[in-house]
Design a binder for this molecule. Structure first.
Ligand SMILES: [Zn+2]
Ligand SMILES: [Zn+2]
Length: 945
């Protein structure tokens, strides 16, 4: 069998249908992984990388004192399968194959993916020949040609890719760990640092600083309006910018009629047709259509895999001689660009345009086959159309302009007017993405005199440099050798998702800035592009076999160690700097009570709340849902009433939860509770807010004499309010415990918020844990909790309720733990087993257990069991275990039923005791017979109780 391994499922499918020709392609789904078969050939698609590199075991604990962040530099790396199913099926197919062809993408990343597949194949088959097919577009011609002339895997190219992987992992992981630990950040809140990411972020931060430090300067511009044959003409003063206002005013005042034409220059201008698209050029062009860099690349890759365009990751801007341009034109004539294609065919320039970069791997991005607007859909069509039109433009003639420049004199002041007119649109006919602005001047002659209609003096100021747009940033990264054509857009995406940068154009967030500035101060190698550029050179050397992968990795290790030499002594300073700078991003605004700042606080155990920075002097705080429902951050909006930043809960993979102004939210959500109080009126509520009292808690436990003047009510009324508040508080506590339990137990799921579940439960009258614990499972199902989840919630509710009951009965927490872990967890458990038994299985002394059981019995209003001393139990035990055939198991069973000695056993009814203990009545009778025998012998100590 011939096995073909493609980079993705979609390209596997396409390659199979091309190679199969007229033969039908059958699709097997092996464990969910499609395999395409025709004749004796099987084609499988990977999912890009199916293995990833990671550190060997033992490095996962961030806080380990032996395995410090620095130790990651020299940690061994291993390859771990990430797509186990695909790996399994690849190996299964490989065992049956007599020939394997790797048909992954043709670039460093693709070669590495191919090598990874090769290694997996070699694990199961040492002999099977493995070939490599290389192509730049998944079109019938390219694919057939590539499979007709297969070559070997380029292990040097793959090694270069591996070197980058290892180096990225070691820089990223060690520095991310170091910085995060220094700034005490963990979980989803870590501060990531990366080899390409950090210098890219630094560029954005530097630009922001330039903008902040920019001091704008005033300048003045002078222009005039004249006219000829009813057409207005604007002319600008020969001095484009006056820095001195007095001078500009003088020039204006000296601009006196008549306006005399002193020179007329006519000329021609050629506007070159655009050059073929490389990745950067493509991203820039797509950005003008409103696509983000990552979005444009995602669509381009999709179009490539479906055979519509050539491979979109390329550094080449020169069509190779082997590319059949005429063939592409012919294919496009079957599209809605038929008219444009016909025009280009008849007006085609002698040679296509060419850019400055030539590389041999891939041609520039060009269309590969015909497509329709209908089959692609709006977004994909826009990108396809761009690629088609750009291709047509590169074959079209240049555009030609007629230009005219007219110089004037008015008094002693010189002015100039310029005009341009498109005479031959050329490529502009097929590439309408930039508009040609024509400014046509009427014909004029030297010596001609014209009127001055208006003289305008405009005051302007110099502008700071612009922030980077995504596409500008990608151009800049390319210039500086940061990242590759395949990774630049991903790096920007990563910075956005890490919340280091935001907006469009891009600006750094407080965290992004804090991390960059701290690194700049203490280890600026990481923030400068030089190190990354060096790596790119080294990768080239690996590809060309001038250096080995290990050699390059070793050098990078050395560099990283010297970075740690700089960083480690400054760990505290770095952490402090970052924490201080980022505190602001959590600060919401003035505390309503004391006017110091209030701030979002994130605790270790998922708890988050808003507290006053003047704690403990001010105890004002606002609760927030647990972090599992979303990590609380502030937004740019502020509340006009409270001057507080809005709060938003963000969770990966779901829409953010907008809390809005936390104080407004607090007031609104407490209003309902306050109005549960019988004496609450809107007027009192308003006075409460004015007095910074927002909740029932703020009323409960107060001194009526102190509250009365605050609310403008009588002391008696204040007393009522306080009493009512305390009652409502009790209800709320029970509800809140119930709510907490549900929030804790409910698994986050789309389309179901814990709030809606809680609301429905409350509507059904379930307000506390006790009633939840005894709720009907059918009811739970109706409110959206079913099966397993309902079972665990009911169980948990019972447990919590039991714990509350037992605590109230007086069982101390330490003992409670021991009881629970021995399975004694409900009041019933305490009363249905005898204390002797409970003491035995929990290890708690008999006296203590008897005391606890009496407490539970009292709380339940039931009689306490008979008490025994340790001596009595020991004696009884001796007596019982001496019975022939009596086992330890029997002893425990009898203890559980409160039978601790021979006499008690003798007095029991074997039938009912048998039922209670599970010991057969026959056996009990046998024991009783022996005991009776002994009693007859009147051995006195048998019957001592
Ligand atoms: Zn305060
Ligand atoms: Zn507010």
């Amino acid at each position: 069998m011939h096995l073909i391994v493609a980079e993705k499922n979609i390209s596997a499918h396409r390659i199979a249908s091309i190679l199969a020709g007229k033969t039908k392609v059958a699709t097997d789904k092996d464990g969910g992984v499609p395999v395409y078969r025709f004749g004796d050939t099987a084609v499988i698609g990977l999912r890009g990388h199916v293995v990833e590199i990671d550190f060997e075991e033992g490095y996962s604990n961030w806080r380990s004192t032996e395995r410090t962040p620095r130790s990651l530099i020299d940690a061994r790396t291993i390859k771990v399968p990430t797509e186990k199913k695909i790996v399994q099926i690849l190996q299964k197919l490989a065992k049956k194959s007599s020939l394997i062809t790797i048909a992954t993408d043709f670039d460093t990343e693709g070669e590495l993916i191919g090598k990874e597949a090769y290694e997996l194949i070699r694990q199961v088959s040492r002999e099977v020949p493995v070939r490599r097919a290389r192509f730049s577009a998944i079109t019938p011609d390219e694919i057939r040609q590539a499979f007709g002339e297969t070559t070997e895997i380029d292990f040097d190219l793959a090694s270069a890719g591996e070197a980058r992987q290892v180096i990225d992992l070691m820089w990223g992981a060690s520095l991310t760990r170091f910085i995060s630990l220094a700034a005490r950040r963990g979980g989803s809140n870590i501060l990531s640092v990366g080899r390409v990411q950090t210098p890219t972020l630094a560029m954005i931060v530097d630009r922001e600083k330039e903008i902040e430090e920019f001091v704008s300067q005033q300048y003045w511009q002078l222009s005039l309006m004249t006219e000829k044959d009813g057409e207005e003409i604007e002319a600008r003063h020969a001095t484009p910018r006056f820095c001195d206002k007095a001078e500009a005013v003088r020039a204006r005042d000296r601009t006196l009629p008549p306006l005399i034409v002193t020179e007329v220059k006519e000329g021609a201008k050629i506007e070159r047709a655009p050059v073929p698209l490389d990745t950067t050029g493509f991203i820039v062009a797509a950005a003008r259509l409103g696509f983000s860099a990552a979005g444009a690349m995602r669509i381009a890759e999709d179009l490539y895999m479906n055979g519509y365009i050539s491979y979109p990751r390329t550094d080449n801007t020169v069509y190779p001689p082997t590319l059949d341009l005429g063939g592409v034109l012919k294919a496009l004539s079957a599209t809605e660009f038929e008219g444009e294609v016909a025009w280009v065919t008849t007006h085609r320039r002698p040679a296509p345009t060419r850019g400055k970069k030539t590389s041999t791997d891939h041609p520039p991005i060009h269309p590969a086959s015909a497509a329709t607007r209908h089959s692609l859909g709006e977004e994909r069509w826009k990108i396809y159309e761009l690629v088609v039109r750009r291709f047509l433009a590169t074959l079209s003639p240049d555009a030609r302009w007629k230009t005219m420049k007219v110089n004037f004199r008015a008094g002693e002041e010189l002015y100039t007017a310029t005009g341009g007119q498109l005479t031959e649109p050329g490529w502009r006919k097929v590439y309408p993405y930039s508009t040609a602005t024509e400014y046509i001047l009427p014909p004029m002659k030297v010596g001609e005199q014209l009127p001055i209609r208006e003289v305008t003096l405009e005051e302007k100021e110099t502008q700071p440099p612009a922030r980077f747009t995504q596409s500008k940033l990608i151009q800049k990264m390319e210039e500086l050798g940061l990242g590759t054509k395949s990774t630049r857009h991903e790096v920007i995406q990563k910075l956005l998702s890490r919340k280091y940068i935001e907006g469009n154009p891009l600006r750094p967030t407080l965290v992004g800035r804090a991390v960059t500035e701290s690194l700049e101060r203490h280890a600026n190698t990481i923030t400068r592009p030089a190190m990354t550029q060096t790596l790119e050179e080294h990768m080239q050397q690996i590809k060309e076999q001038h250096r080995s992968r290990d050699d390059v990795v070793a050098e990078s290790r050395g560099m990283l160690h010297s970075v740690f030499d700089q960083l480690e002594p400054n760990e505290q300073v770095v952490g402090q700097e970052i924490m201080e700078q980022t505190a602001e991003e959590l600060t919401l605004g003035p505390c309503p009570v004391c006017s110091h700042d209030i701030r979002i606080r994130h605790m270790r155990n998922q708890t988050q709340f808003i507290g006053c920075t003047h704690y403990p002097d001010c105890t004002f705080n606002i609760g927030l849902p647990q972090a599992m429902w979303g990590f609380a951050v502030r937004t740019d909006d502020t509340c006009p009433i409270h001057q507080l930043h809005f709060v938003r809960l963000v969770r990966k993979g779901s829409r953010p939860w907008e809390i809005g102004c936390p104080l407004c939210h607090q007031i609104a959500s407490n209003k309902e509770a306050l109005f549960l109080m019988a004496s609450m009126t809107p007027e009192i509520h308003e006075r409460m807010i004015a007095a910074h009292l927002y909740t029932v808690t703020d009323l409960a436990g107060r001194d009526p004499a102190q509250l009365a003047p605050l609310l403008g009510v009588s002391g008696e009324k204040a007393g009522d309010l306080i009493r009512e508040a305390e009652e409502v508080l009790g209800l709320l506590r029970r509800r809140s415990d119930c709510r907490k339990l549900i929030r804790r137990m409910l698994v986050p799921r789309k389309g179901r918020s814990p709030a809606s579940v809680i609301k429905k439960l409350q509507e059904a009258g379930i307000n506390d844990i006790a009633s939840l614990g005894t709720a009907d499972p059918a009811l739970l199902k109706r409110v959206g909790i079913a099966d397993k989840e309902a079972e665990s919630i009911l169980h948990e509710a019972k447990m919590v309720e039991n714990e509350r009951f037992l605590k109230q009965a007086g069982i101390p927490a330490a003992s409670m733990k021991k009881y629970f872990s021995a399975g004694i967890s409900s009041p019933e458990d305490f009363l249905s087993s005898h204390p002797v038994f409970i003491s035995d299985i929990t290890g708690i002394s008999l006296d203590t257990v008897q005391k606890h059981v009496s407490l539970v019995a009292a709380a339940k209003g039931r009689p306490a069991p008979v008490r025994y001393t340790k001596v009595q139990v020991a004696k009884g035990r001796e007596e019982l275990t001496s019975l022939p055939g009596f086992s330890e198991e029997d002893l425990r069973r009898l203890w559980r039923a409160g039978i601790i000695n021979g006499l008690l056993l003798l007095e029991s009814d074997p039938e009912s005791l048998g039922e209670r203990t599970g010991i057969s009545p026959a056996r009990l009778r046998r024991y009783q017979a022996v005991l009776q025998e002994r009693a007859k012998k009147a051995e006195p100590d048998i019957i001592v109780v």
